[in-house]
Ligand binder design. Structure first.
Ligand code: B1M
Length: 213
């Protein structure tokens, strides 16, 4: 089945094959959701398990990540409808010390799919840069991604910095990433937590709605 082929090509880090297979799957009528969840994310999860068990190492994970991004780029135009008036604006980033961007990119893509304009600050982003971006872009929503237990604490530090800068009532803050939990989000006084990109998009729409009442 083509969805399995996508997963296998991703695991082998074959970016060009992933691109071609995603294109083919779309042409055959598979939904972007199935391609994403059962093909790309599933493949990345297999690599994640092998990485954890020391069966593959950073270089293999990197090429798989590149193949993941290549697949996402094919899906982007299908998921992100162009020409629709944005319902709000989000600033999104992966926090300081953290270079993982696949989940952040997925969240961004899903938000854009809900007509939320996104300013992407990239990875390894310190609090000062976030504060500057809030002042410059005046977003409704700030989205902070963290994939390491050692960097999730940066989400707290950034929220505290936003408080200190007197900007907390001007922006809703959503946090996420594999080690992050609802409980942690509450503890650090984020406005919301989402476990995956699809629920992040739903929550984003809700939080932006709350900003506009
Ligand atoms: Co890293 N890494 N990594 N890694 N890596 C993990 C996260 C790890 C769990 C692997 C493991 O040991 N099992 C582990 C963290 C352990 C921990 O802290 N608990 C780990 C480690 C240890 C490291 C290094 C320290 C390894 C080393 O150098 N010795 C190093 C750290 C580098 C750094 O950041 N400073 C490192 C490096 C890397 C690569 C560069 C090789 C590569 C990243 C490439 C890239 O992103 N461009 C990489 C990868 C790919 C992974 C795994 C295998 C996959 C992560 C991923 O992309 N998943 C990962 C193992 C795993 O997760 N199974 C692992 C797919 C993605 C779709 O899921 O990012 O969880 P995820 O995003 C989801 C949700 O979390 C959520 O929605 C997304 C989609 O549904 N979400 C949000 C994410 N952000 C959100 C924000 C929201 C809401 C939802 O609101 C704002």
């Amino acid at each position: 089945m083509i969805i399995e082929e996508i997963s296998l090509a991703l695991q082998k880090g074959k970016a060009n094959d992933v691109k071609a297979l995603v294109q083919q799957a779309l042409a055959e009528g598979y939904t972007p959701k199935d391609i994403l969840e059962k093909g790309l994310i599933q493949g990345m999860n297999v690599i994640g398990g092998k990485f954890k068990r020391n069966e593959v190492f950073v270089p293999e994970v990197l090429v798989a990540a590149r193949a993941m991004n290549a697949g996402q780029e094919i899906l982007r135009p299908v998921l992100v409808k162009s020409g629709i008036k944005p319902i709000g604006k989000a600033v999104i980033c992966t926090v300081q010390g953290d270079l993982h961007d696949i989940g952040k990119n997925l969240v961004k893509m899903m938000l854009e799919g809900q007509a939320i304009a996104c300013v992407d600050l990239g990875v390894d982003v310190p609090a000062e840069k976030v504060i500057a971006a809030i002042k410059e872009y005046e977003p409704d929503l700030l989205c902070l991604s963290a994939l390491l237990t050692t960097t999730m604490i940066m989400q707290k530090e950034i929220i505290e910095a936003v408080n200190k800068a007197g900007l907390r009532n001007r922006v809703k803050i959503m946090v996420g990433g594999a080690p992050v939990t609802e409980k942690f989000a509450l503890e650090i006084k984020a406005d919301g937590y989402a476990p995956d990109a699809a629920s992040a998009a739903e929550l984003a729409v809700q939080l932006i709605g709350e900003m506009h009442v």
